[in-house]
Design a protein around this ligand. Structure first.
Ligand code: GDP
Length: 299
């Protein structure tokens, strides 16, 4: 929680400062409310949530003074309400072995790093994990994954750059069966420049996996970079359709004043949010908790 609070300090300091500036020694009127609504929208919370918060704030308080702390309490409360339904722990059905996790998302949003951190958690929990370096386009991505494999003592299945990602996923599945892994995590390429190609590639990975296991991939995680603000919303739209995303991880909440976008994404997509990334280190992946996040945002 402390890390999340520190991480979100930029979001919350900015909001908190704006709230103090708006509500100090001022009676609540239409103009203040409108300005507050703008502040919330600029914080990426989304119009719907912003309106709900200002509605609640105005209720019975017109013409009265209201403290910054009271506003922050209402804000935290409403953010929590918006996020509570999507805050869910990642639960892996381990009756199927290996449980297959496909990780998708635009390049640079933190796929490989999140895979590394998640693997560390699973391994610490006593599970055996195999990793598939399915981003076969970028040498750096493959190298990164290998480093995470070493760090977590996990097998990494990789091929030469340019190799067919679906073929690699297929081999990795067989390797995971052979070495008795509980979980197989597949990294993928996230080149949005060519959407048709990306779509084909992800569809093909799914298709070949299903030759071995009809329900694979069991979990499809999308990483979102909090610093990209509104872009993250569109990315969910795209990958949700292409890859059947059924859970989200919001990364880089440590480096941004834009953490509020998660509220808009929750309202729009209603997908579970399993974790948040709050740094580059192995321990910087935290289970997503609505209350902690809400308090950290509201300051
Ligand atoms: P990919 O291209 O989607 O696989 O993204 P990477 O995992 O390579 O991450 C891109 C960059 O973001 C790397 O420099 C990571 O160290 C960094 N990164 C990933 N997650 C986080 C996070 O939660 N916080 C911070 N500060 N950096 C992160």
């Amino acid at each position: 929680f402390q890390r999340l609070r520190e991480g979100l300090a930029r979001s919350s300091n900015q909001l908190s400062g704006q709230i103090t500036a708006l509500f100090t020694k001022r009676r609540l009127d239409e103009e203040t409310l409108q300005e507050f609504e703008d502040v919330l929208i600029q914080a990426d919370l989304g119009v719907e949530t912003a309106m709900r918060i200002t509605d609640r704030l105005s209720d019975g308080r017109f013409g009265k003074e209201i403290s910054g702390d009271a506003v922050r309490a209402i804000l935290a409360d409403e953010v929590e309400k918006a996020l509570d339904p999507v805050a869910r722990p990642l639960e892996l059905d381990l009756s199927v072995k290996p449980h297959v996790i496909l990780v998708v998302g635009v390049n640079g949003t933190g796929k490989t790093t999140t895979i590394g951190k998640l693997t560390a958690k699973l391994v610490r929990g006593g599970l055996k994990v195999t990793l598939a370096a399915g981003d076969t386009f970028r040498a750096a991505a493959v190298e990164q994954l290998k480093i995470w494999g070493e760090r977590t003592n996990s097998t990494v299945v990789a091929k030469a750059i340019g190799a067919d990602a679906a073929g690699l996923a297929f081999e990795a599945y067989d390797e995971a069966v052979r070495n008795d892994s509980d979980v197989l995590i597949i990294d993928t390429a996230g080149r949005l420049q060519n959407k048709a190609e990306l779509m084909d590639e992800l569809a093909k990975i799914v298709r070949v996996l299903q030759k071995r296991e009809p329900d694979a991939p069991h979990t499809v995680l999308q990483t979102l970079d909090a610093t990209t603000g509104q872009n993250a919303l569109n990315q969910v739209e795209i990958f949700r359709n292409v890859a059947g995303v059924n859970g989200l991880v919001m990364t880089k909440l440590d480096g941004t004043a834009r953490g509020g976008i998660l509220v808009a994404i929750a309202a729009k997509h209603k997908l579970p949010v399993f974790f948040v990334g709050v740094g580059e280190g192995i321990d910087d992946l935290e289970p997503f908790k609505a209350r902690d996040f809400a308090e950290a945002i509201a300051g």
